[in-house]
Design a protein around this ligand. Structure first.
Ligand SMILES: NC(=O)C1=CN([C@@H]2O[C@H](COP(=O)(O)OP(=O)(O)OC[C@H]3O[C@@H](n4cnc5c(N)ncnc54)[C@H](OP(=O)(O)O)[C@@H]3O)[C@@H](O)[C@H]2O)C=CC1
Ligand SMILES: CCCCCC(=O)O
Length: 481
């Protein structure tokens, strides 16, 4: 395997892009599995330790920097990232399959997130609280955690790392960042933008490698004060247990099995468009993606017919091709997982109405699949598939619909389509989800609002917007006499 220097993306530790002798691994294009997008380092534990020590050494000076000055660096990073949107979006599409328009939109979202948190550098971070002692002044002040480990998945390779790293930095933490292997090259380019903006040495460190070595190492490292993770429930639980065992703060955003309820009062065309967008954009690889479609019997057949007509029209292909509406699964591992779930759905008696076809000779493509007659206890109704698979479920009443929607271990996002205000209010009140959407798709969260789930979708903190401050800082209550 001849590795060219320009294709190699190294770790970034203490302000230096490290050239090292550690093993390099190719990141491949899921639309053309013989194409190498770039090579990244399969780092060893010693490298992680070096990165954590650099972050620990930098934390005091970074904490002492004026918060507006920290914000200014994020404004510069936003400008650098914006100047590279086309290049980084293309890298994202080639590395994990998301269509180019989606990749550009996500990269611009990263720019906006950087600007949002840059502005946080000028906003208040405490309150004056009246003391019972008339001669005393009591107020709160926030202080950073110290060194924060950032562990991210492959499905939003710019937005998720940025919505963790930007608040971590502006609130005064130093960072060690470990991206998913399937998105290591895209992640390296995001770090390039932040480094170019002028972060002091050791403030942001970047280490690629396997989750079981680098990710686990971050969760267990005694000098890492906080861990923010987004990924699968299984991995998240392990990280949370490791952090808890040593008293570190942790934040976990995990899986989803997101429902859309379509009532007899729904605009069926709007509901169809939202289910397609929410369930199939990004090849269904969003934690907020629609996977269960719960339809009242009176409109079930009409909705199903409209849905199938549009789903069958979806163009699947290389995300770089402007005619492609949906790209491939992000990796061979994801492709095998999705096709396995489709087989399980058929074996358990659900009716595959369309889709599920593959073109393995070309790439990790799966045509969007729609299952009918799905029972709540079928595997495809209970487990997160993280692919282009929709499960149609029929109910008689709104109460039954909400009960079915809540019948899951997850609670991330949930939508309802109805023009009946009472149904909307009942849904808003009774649905067990962190993201509640009325006449809107289950995906498409906004950066300025709290983001996170209930039940097994989350460790119950919230990311994004002002909510991020709660995780990345600790509150000091100060009394002065
Ligand atoms: N709730 C939310 O906001 C979101 C949730 N997700 C969830 O993420 C999953 C898909 O993303 P995916 O990347 O496959 O998720 P994974 O959980 O497999 O991986 C997420 C990250 O954790 C790392 N990791 C793997 N094993 C360990 C370990 N033992 N200790 C520490 N870190 C580890 C991975 O590294 P490596 O790449 O080396 O394996 C990767 O960087 C889906 O379940 C989806 O629901 C995705 C996006 C958003
Ligand atoms: C981590 C998942 C992000 C979801 C982004 C969206 O729904 O647009």
């Amino acid at each position: 395997m001849t590795i060219t220097v320009e294709q190699t993306y190294n770790n970034h530790i203490n302000g230096v892009w490290k050239t090292d002798s550690e093993e390099k691994k190719p990141s491949i294009n899921p639309a053309h599995p013989r194409e190498v997008v770039g090579y990244y380092t399969m780092s060893e534990s010693a490298t992680l330790h070096e990165a954590v020590e650099a972050a620990a050494a930098a934390k005091r000076e970074w904490r002492k920097m004026a918060e507006p000055a920290r914000g200014d660096i994020l404004y510069k990073a936003a400008a650098v990232l914006e100047a590279r949107v086309e290049e980084i979006a293309e890298t994202m599409t080639k590395e994990m399959g998301k269509t180019l328009p989606e990749a550009k939109g996500e990269t611009m979202r990263g720019v906006q997130i950087l600007r949002y948190y840059a502005g946080e550098g000028m906003r208040q971070n405490g309150d004056v609280i009246p003391s019972t002692d008339k001669d005393a002044l009591m107020f709160t002040n926030r202080t950073p955690l110290g060194v924060v480990g950032v562990i991210t998945p492959w499905n939003f390779p710019v937005a998720i790392p940025v919505w963790k790293i930007a608040p971590a930095l502006v609130y005064g933490n130093t960072v060690v960042f470990k991206p998913a292997q399937e998105a290591a090259v895209t992640a390296a380019k995001v770090v390039e933008c932040l480094a170019e903006a002028g972060l002091p040495e050791g403030v942001l460190n970047f280490v690629t490698g396997s989750g079981s070595v680098i990710g686990r190492g971050l969760a267990e490292h005694p000098d890492v004060n906080g861990i923010t993770f987004t990924g699968s429930e299984q991995v998240g639980r392990g990280i949370g247990q490791a952090a808890l065992a040593r008293g570190a703060k942790y934040q976990l955003e995990m899986g989803g099995k997101n429902p859309v309820i379509v009532t007899e009062d729904a605009d069926l065309d709007a509901a169809v468009d939202a289910v397609i967008s929410g369930g199939l954009k990004s090849t269904g690889q969003k934690c907020t993606a629609t996977s269960r479609v719960i339809v009242q019997s009176g409109v079930y057949e009409g909705f199903k017919e409209k849905l199938l007509t549009k789903v069958k029209d979806i163009k699947v292909g290389d995300g770089m091709n402007k005619d492609s509406w949906m790209g491939p699964c992000a990796s061979e591992k994801q492709f095998r997982s999705v096709t396995s779930y489709i087989e399980t759905g058929k074996q358990e008696g659900a009716a595959l109405l369309c889709g599920g076809e593959t073109m393995p000779e070309e790439g990790y493509y799966v045509t969007p699949a729609v299952f009918d007659n799905v029972d709540p206890d079928m595997t495809i109704a209970r487990e997160e598939i993280f692919g282009p698979v929709l499960a149609l479920m029929k109910v008689e009443t709104l109460e039954e619909a909400i009960e079915t929607a809540n019948d899951t271990e997850y609670g991330l996002s949930a939508s309802i389509f109805t023009n009946n205000i009472q149904e909307s209010l009942s849904f808003m009140d009774d649905i067990e989800a962190g993201l509640v959407r009325i006449n809107a798709e289950s995906a498409g969260v906004e950066l300025q609002a709290p983001f996170g789930g209930m039940k097994n979708s989350s460790s119950h903190s919230r990311e994004q917007g002002e909510a991020a401050k709660e995780f990345f800082t600790s509150i000091k209550t100060v009394l002065v006499k």
